[in-house]
Design a protein around this ligand. Structure first.
Ligand code: NAD
Ligand code: MG
Length: 405
């Protein structure tokens, strides 16, 4: 048997939840994968430790001071890793010709430009950073098609659907006999809470996800169901699907990761323990399969699988996202930016949990003439939405202060 070709991998967002799981899978297969670059925002100590374990060619941080600290620490440790910093350095390690595979696992809009750089450079892109695709859908998919890049979804639901669809599924689902995509959702920590309790939920409660351990931003998104809304948009782009052909199904056990329903009545599902190393290993090895470190599902222990419809009254973010996708153009980028600002305000104690959906609704309803036909236009829409969201936050704060006397 011939040994597999060595893949050189850039991990964007290596110190995050997905980044760490990616390095865990990579470390299990040194004959297959070599880390080319690791990139993080400000976690310099964590990045230093990862450099000691994985010996990348390049390490990237956001700021010059952190980068200088890391360069010194690496030199003292006798490592030859080059250190660079800033937004352009992220794009450089994503498009470097020595790189085969890019794990896009930065959280939020900050990941857009490097993910796009990987797409333009024809890499194998493992896409965890759903916000990048939500913002730039058409542009991103065009870049992938033009450069013949391989785009493999890492989001567990989209990875599941990818596994359920025929290999050549591009060009519209109907052509392949697919009637519907069934996007499963855990329902988040507040699935059974009353509207009043949800409104007053704290960051700690929102980040305590029942099944998945994730970064704080996506944990809050899972609690508002905005995560499922962003995933609905993500699925439309990845699978050429219309929003009407995607049904969100709340499934509290998070064992069925999503499904495809076909014209003949078949429903194909992908199941597994809720551990992101499964989709990550799938993306790294596709079309082969490798050990991810995840145990096989024990169905006797699971015993039952429940399904219910989502409640868009208690969780309006799901509806807001669907409407943004139906509207098209810059609307998804605007929704995403408003949500990022609102989630940050919530996490820093500046906004009630219930205020997240209010801020997003206020921004997506404001009139605008933004377009999504170039990356500059998308970034302008993103910037505008952030300003609108900040204005709404200020108004909300001053009226609360007045009420509070
Ligand atoms: P996280 O907060 O744990 O990690 C984010 C990573 O991005 C960190 O390494 C951080 O240093 C880096 N980062 C943040 N801002 C940056 C910037 N401006 N420049 C450079 N690096 C930056 O987040 P996560 O949970 O790992 O999620 C990452 C992405 O994957 C998100 O888009 C999320 O929606 C998606 N995702 C995560 C999961 C999960 O289980 N965690 C599942 C599906 C999809
Ligand atoms: Mg998901």
């Amino acid at each position: 048997m011939t040994s597999p070709a060595l893949q050189r991998v850039t991990v964007l967002g290596s110190t995050g939840s997905i980044g760490k799981s990616t390095l865990d899978v990579i470390a299990r297969h040194p004959e297959r994968y070599r880390v080319f670059a690791l990139a993080a925002h400000t976690s310099k100590e964590a990045l230093f430790e990862q450099c000691q374990a994985h010996h990348p060619e390049v390490a990237v941080l956001a700021g010059a001071d952190d980068a200088a600290w890391l360069a010194r620490a690496l030199e003292d440790a006798g490592l030859s890793t080059q250190v660079s910093f800033g937004a352009e350095a992220l794009c450089a390690v994503a498009r470097d010709e020595r790189v085969d595979t890019v794990m896009a696992a930065i959280v939020g809009a900050a990941g857009l430009m490097p993910a796009l750089a990987a797409a333009e450079a024809g890499k194998r892109i493992l896409l965890a950073n759903k916000e990048a695709l939500v913002m730039s859908g058409a542009l991103f998919m065009d870049a992938v098609a033009r450069s013949n890049a391989t785009l493999l979804p890492i989001d567990s639901e989209h990875n599941a659907i990818y596994q359920c669809l025929p290999a050549e599924h591009r060009g519209g689902l109907a052509r392949h006999g697919v009637r519907k995509l069934l996007l499963t959702a855990s329902g988040g920590p507040f699935r059974q809470w009353s509207a009043a309790d949800i409104d007053a939920a704290t960051p700690e409660q929102a980040c305590a996800h029942p099944n998945w351990s994730m970064g704080r931003k996506i944990s809050v998104d899972s609690a508002t169901l905005m995560n499922k809304g962003l995933e609905l948009i993500e699925a439309c782009w990845l699978f050429d699907a219309h929003p009407d052909h995607i049904q969100v199904v709340v499934h509290p056990q998070s064992v069925v990761h999503s499904m495809a329903a076909f014209d003949d009545g078949s429903v194909i599902a992908q199941l597994g323990n809720p551990d992101m190393r499964t989709p990550i290993a799938y993306g790294l090895a596709w079309p082969e399969r490798i050990d991810s470190g995840v145990e096989t599902l024990d169905l006797f222990q699971i015993a039952r699988l429940d399904f219910e419809a989502p409640d868009e009254v208690r969780f309006p973010c799901l509806r807001l996202a669907r409407e943004a996708m139906q509207q098209g153009g810059a609307a998804p980028a605007i929704l995403n930016a408003a949500n990022e600002v609102a989630v940050e305000a919530f996490l820093s104690g500046q906004l009630r949990f219930g205020g997240i959906a209010e801020v997003v609704a206020g921004v997506v309803q404001a009139p605008h003439a933004h377009r999504a036909d170039s990356v500059e236009a998308i970034l302008a829409a993103d910037q505008w939405a952030r300003e609108q969201a900040s204005l709404l936050l200020e108004t909300a704060r001053s009226s609360e202060n007045q009420t509070g006397g």
